[in-house]
Ligand binder design. Structure first.
Ligand SMILES: [Zn+2]
Length: 107
């Protein structure tokens, strides 16, 4: 009995040290300008041809910008032109519309 308790404590130690210590990648939202865990943000990517799209896989090549999955951040990003600044080009209105749709679907 004593032994199994010790083993449990050890397992917890290993988990917090080696697994819990591993950081979730963080990305800066262009709306609120805060660092967020990657699953909380959407990635907008500008490829080599200059086409802007929403990167649902998170693995597309190109320059990426991130915005939280909420309407407030998206509005802020649109108003401050944070996406434009990050991607260094104009973001079509459709992109904002699609992002709005994605957010409403997530809810
Ligand atoms: Zn945000």
């Amino acid at each position: 009995m004593q032994q199994s308790k010790k083993a449990r404590l050890r397992a917890r130690f290993v988990q917090s040290t080696f697994l819990g210590g591993k950081k979730t990648p963080q990305r800066r939202c262009v709306g609120c300008r805060e660092m967020k865990d990657k699953p909380q943000v959407m990635r907008i990517v500008c490829n080599a041809d200059g086409n802007i799209s929403i990167d649902e896989t998170g693995k597309a090549h190109g320059r990426g910008a991130y915005v939280c999955k909420n309407g407030d951040c998206l509005k802020k990003a649109q108003k401050s032109k944070g996406l434009e600044r990050s991607l260094k080009r104009a973001v079509p209105q459709e992109i904002y519309e699609t992002l709005t749709n994605v957010i409403s679907m997530e809810r």
